[in-house]
Ligand binder design. Structure first.
Ligand SMILES: [Zn+2]
Length: 61
């Protein structure tokens, strides 16, 4: 499996960044924005559906 990155964007402050799926919790777990500290499920930080799919696939392995 290739080492993938997922694109994240904060729904509150619009910060965008990328992260390795292995560094993120499960899609429905709480996650805090590193900038504004808004806490939301990880799934809400995924920029696109594709990013969410990558994260889900990673969690399923
Ligand atoms: Zn934020």
């Amino acid at each position: 499996m290739n080492e993938a990155f997922v694109q994240l964007v904060c729904p509150d402050c619009r910060k965008d960044w990328e992260a390795k799926p292995m560094d993120l919790p499960a899609p429905d777990a709480a996650f805090a924005c590193p900038d504004c500290e808004a806490e939301r499920p990880v799934a809400e930080f995924m920029r696109t559906d594709r990013d969410l799919e990558v994260l889900k696939e990673f969690e399923a392995v």
